[in-house]
Design a protein around this ligand. Structure first.
Ligand SMILES: Cc1cc2nc3c(=O)[nH]c(=O)nc-3n(C[C@H](O)[C@H](O)[C@H](O)COP(=O)(O)O)c2cc1C
Length: 440
């Protein structure tokens, strides 16, 4: 006679495979053929290129899956990722090998979370620039994680400084994967011809240096489209210059839409005696007849912070271009504005400071602090550090921050802000869009 224990063993042996099979079926929806599969396109973008390419990728994927979803990395639910059949990631690297601001949560998840991606096909387009030490570091972290989570990584394409040949590889991946190439015309309007109407050196070398163009200087330019029609743009948007040798260079548009012209502030960059590809062109072409090809590119990550609370604007040098339309908008809507701004010295930057001082004297600023690094040895982070109590009074509870300029200045400023306001405040402000930065 069999004992009860043996009965249980036999029963368990019979049930176990059935339970296992059921679990497998429930855990993942069965994979379906192309056309019925579920697709996700996920982007992580600091200055908008990855988002734009993801939108074009999404437009292509929609042709095979009308339900395909386009998601910003921070809004990506890992359960959705595990439940998808195919995922297309388009991710930039920012900072010093960091994830863009809109992908901080995903980057943390890569470090901390496990999710079973068995059966999920993943293609990754990583945008970066080989001039940075950690080329496509975020894309690389994403790939490593996907592989560790057992996803099938079907393609990993890196793009150096938006090189057209690299982007063509992504197009080839999409065709190979059966979703077709990126929709023609999806990457927004073609560039048009712009005429340089005026140019003045507002900071940096004056006199001989600026005239011969042998050394740096910050220039204010006004431009108009050759066809006379000024296109619309939003605050934070970029003027994307297409150089004759096929490179793209972004410049913050420094005025609000609606006037007669488009304003840029361009630092003339000289590297080993060679003027920068874009800045060299903009600062040397003849005024009145000089023409460049460019288009306006949306920069969703640097739109005005929501709300009506006070606005702290922090920047230095050419960062003025990014801050200026934010301040114009904030002053027009009655927000209290505090500007903390850095340049080398007073003597050679009067053209730049004139406007800031005038706004302050007219009572349109709550406060203006200038950090003159070569003249007084004071930098932007020093001003922030010396005023932490005032910062807390100004920014609590509903204040917002816009930050624009070189990466090193921006990171140092953020570190002081973090110490003054707390890590939680900074994280919450970033999440809610009350902290916006455009660093380069
Ligand atoms: C402030 C800044 C930091 C960057 N850091 C890196 C980096 O560490 N590694 C890299 O490969 N590319 C880096 N890049 C280059 C960007 O990844 C590249 O320009 C990309 O096309 C930007 O895409 P996005 O417009 O979607 O943000 C950096 C760009 C900027 C402006």
């Amino acid at each position: 006679m069999r004992d009860t224990f043996t009965d249980w063993l036999i029963l368990a042996a019979l049930i176990a495979p059935w339970l296992g099979l059921t679990w497998l079926c429930l855990r993942k929806r069965p994979r379906v053929a192309l056309g019925g599969a579920s697709h996700l396109v996920v982007y992580a973008s600091q200055t908008g290129h990855a988002q734009e390419i993801a939108e074009a990728t999404h437009a292509a994927v929609l042709r095979v899956d009308p339900e395909a979803r386009l998601v910003c990395a921070n809004r990506l639910d890992l359960a959705d990722l595990a439940g998808a059949d195919r995922v297309f990631f388009v991710v930039a690297t920012s900072g010093d090998g960091d994830a863009p601001d809109d992908a901080g949560d995903l980057d943390r998840a890569l470090a901390e979370d496990d999710v079973d991606l068995t059966g999920v096909q993943v293609a990754i387009l990583a945008l970066g620039d080989r001039r940075y030490t950690h080329f496509c570091a975020f894309g690389e972290r994403l790939r490593t994680w996907c592989e560790a989570m057992a996803a099938e990584v079907t393609a990993y394409v890196t793009v150096d400084d938006l090189a057209p040949d690299d982007l063509a590889q992504w197009d080839a991946v999409l065709r190979r994967e059966g979703v077709g190439g990126m929709a023609e015309g999806q990457l927004d309007s073609a560039p048009r011809e712009w005429r340089i109407d005026s140019r003045a050196c507002v900071a940096g070398p004056v006199g001989e240096g600026a005239q011969t163009g042998a050394s740096e200087g910050l220039f204010r330019l006004t431009l108009r489209p050759e066809d006379g029609l000024l296109p619309a743009w939003g605050i934070g948007d970029l003027f994307e210059l297409h150089t004759p040798d096929g490179h793209l260079r972004d410049y913050s548009i420094a005025n609000r839409c609606g006037g007669e012209e488009l304003v840029l502030f361009v630092r003339r960059v000289i590297d080993k005696g060679v003027p920068g590809r874009g800045s060299g062109l903009l600062t040397s072409l003849p005024v009145g007849t000089g023409r460049v090809r460019a288009r306006i590119r949306a920069h969703a990550g640097f739109r005005p912070p929501p709300g009506t609370g006070p606005l702290l604007a922090i920047g230095a040098g050419s960062g003025w271009a990014g801050l200026r339309p934010h301040l114009l908008e904030a002053m027009a809507s009655g927000r209290a504005c505090w500007l903390i701004f850095g340049e080398r010295g007073e003597a050679d930057a009067s053209g730049l400071f004139g406007e800031m001082r005038a706004w302050h004297e007219e009572g349109r600023f709550h406060r203006l602090d200038l950090a003159l690094s070569r003249q007084d040895g004071v930098r932007v982070p020093d001003i922030l550090a010396a005023n932490s109590a005032d910062l807390r009074d100004f920014l609590t509870p509903a204040g917002a921050v816009v930050l624009c300029g070189r990466l090193a200045m921006g990171e140092a400023a953020l570190a002081v802000l973090r110490a003054s306001m707390s890590e939680d405040w900074l994280e919450e402000a970033r999440h809610s869009g009350r902290l916006r930065s455009d660093l380069y």
